[in-house]
Write a protein that binds this ligand. Structure first.
Ligand SMILES: [Zn+2]
Ligand SMILES: [Zn+2]
Length: 494
């Protein structure tokens, strides 16, 4: 296959057949020449193509540039899971694991890394290569095969003997930086780690482990969860026995950012509450949009007053969960908020966020946010950079200044679990944690189904080293009410 075809099928939505047509009729041979052809409207005139295809190609390439060929985790995970399930059903496949940045729960994924333990690698690799999710196979050897899905996602499978499974899984999980440091430490113990096992330098003996915990134990350290394997201090902490006790989905006791059919959500207050109760939550906050956000049917002052009453009624009516009244208030020009203070003061939870003026310069946006955080009614700053993965980078904002202000004012910062936001991202959330800032992990759900997105936010939180005491909505209801109350009082005194 010419290298041009391989380059073109990297663009999401372009399969081998389309790539050939574009290559033969227009002479395009990579993303850059394809983008140029699309922008010059040379694609729409080809038979079988149209303006829409042309526009889609432009969009796809622009997205790729934004994420450097990486895709949001949520869009890759179901494909990887499906491949893993099909693999595990093949006769002779013993254990199947997914590694790579997917296992480390990075917010974007480059390619899919899989491992299978088996005594008959040939047959497994053959079956893998003929799966119908793949548009073509790019490599196939005796222990490894590589293929590309219809969507253009690269997928690599390694086959190892059963006794090498755990070191193999560890190997494909990465990250590179984590492994480099780990190999250095192994060397000092006279050991070498590879995908096949751990070998002793002196005797050459190969040690096999039946878990990753044992692998780390042999190196004299605590087990390091995959989300932490980035060489950001986790190895030192594991040796010293000071790794964080990470949050998990079970840590979350409620969700305090969601929308209903009062603004742009799809369900009623009661339906959201019942869905949350079924997930085992103790509380939720209903935070519909404020008046300036016309596209989302933001509530007028009068509607918000009615909304507060409706939430109080629902709270009284529905057993087994507490429903807090709230609002997601737009941060307007100069950091003014979209409702008067006396109205904000009546709410249990006030979330402030930016939905306009994304093009403003860094200083303007930063001071807008800081002004908003200084309002004693504001509890949480939502989706603090406004990014949309693969579609829009965040606005320019001085995150260090925002974190400092959050620490000063006792404002919590949000990790938004909406799968294409995941903002704060991991490094920023960790910076916040280290400055003593509380984090809220919310779904921003617009329907009951979307409450399930919480896992994405929790994974970001794990990558940020968050422990339960760093997370607002890991508190029980009484603690939460105290927190909402106390930090407001703190701010009105200062
Ligand atoms: Zn929002
Ligand atoms: Zn929202």
């Amino acid at each position: 296959m010419p290298s041009a075809i391989l380059a073109l099928i990297e663009v999401p939505g372009i399969g081998p057949k389309t790539a050939w047509k574009l290559y033969e009729s227009l002479g395009v041979e990579d993303e850059a020449s394809l983008l140029a052809a699309a922008r010059a409207h040379r694609i729409r005139s080809l038979p079988g193509f149209g303006e829409k295809t042309e526009a889609n190609i432009i969009k796809a390439i622009e997205n790729m540039k934004m994420t450097e060929g990486r895709r949001p985790l949520y869009s890759v995970m179901p494909i990887a899971d499906k491949i893993a399930v099909v693999l595990s059903e093949i006769d002779g496949a013993e254990r199947v694991g997914i590694g790579g940045s997917l296992r480390r729960r990075r917010d974007t994924i480059g390619d899919i890394d899989l491992i299978v333990s088996t005594r008959i690698p040939d047959r497994i690799l053959e079956a893998f290569s003929s799966m119908d999710v793949f548009s073509h196979i790019t490599a196939k050897g005796s222990t490894k095969a590589e293929a590309v899905t219809d969507d253009g996602i690269k997928c690599e499978l390694r086959a190892v003997a059963p006794e090498s499974y755990w070191t193999g899984l560890h190997h494909i999980t990465g990250s590179k930086a984590h492994h480099v440091k780990l190999r250095g430490i192994a060397g000092r113990h006279g050991l070498k780690i590879s995908e096949y096992g751990i070998s002793r330098d002196d005797t050459g003996e190969m040690i096999h482990v039946d878990s990753e915990e044992k692998l780390y134990a042999i190196l004299g350290m605590e087990y390091i969860p995959p989300e932490l394997r980035e060489d950001r201090g986790e190895i030192e902490a594991a040796i010293g026995g000071t790794l964080p006790r990470l949050i998990d989905v079970d840590t979350i006791r409620g969700d305090i950012h969601m929308h209903t059919d009062w603004s742009d959500g799809l369900a009623s207050i009661e339906e959201m509450a019942e869905a949350a109760r079924n997930m085992g939550y103790e509380y939720i906050a209903i935070t519909d949009h404020s008046r300036s956000l016309g596209v989302a049917h933001g509530l007028s002052e009068e509607r918000l007053r009615e909304h507060i009453d409706a939430v109080r009624r629902a709270d009284a009516k529905i057993d087994g969960i507490r429903i807090l009244s709230g609002a997601e208030v737009d941060i307007l020009k100069e950091g003014r908020l979209d409702y008067p203070d006396e109205l904000l003061a009546r709410l249990d939870v006030v979330i402030a966020s930016i939905h306009s003026g994304f093009q403003q310069d860094r200083d303007t946006i930063t001071s807008r946010i800081i002004q908003a955080m200084r309002n004693p009614n504001v509890d949480i700053l939502a989706h603090p950079t406004g990014r949309l993965l693969g579609r829009r980078p965040g606005y320019a904002v001085d995150m260090e200044a925002v974190v400092r202000e959050a620490a000063d004012t006792g404002t919590a910062l949000e990790i938004n679990s909406y799968p294409d936001r995941l903002d704060l991202r991991d490094e920023h959330a960790r910076m916040a944690r280290e400055s003593g800032v509380m984090i809220a992990i919310n779904t921003d759900a617009h329907s009951p189904d979307e409450l399930e997105n919480i896992k994405y936010g929790v994974w970001v939180g794990r990558r940020a080293w968050l422990e339960p005491h760093n997370v607002v909505n890991a508190m029980d209801y009484e603690e939460l009410v105290l927190w909402l109350d106390s930090h407001k009082r703190h701010r009105s005194q200062t």
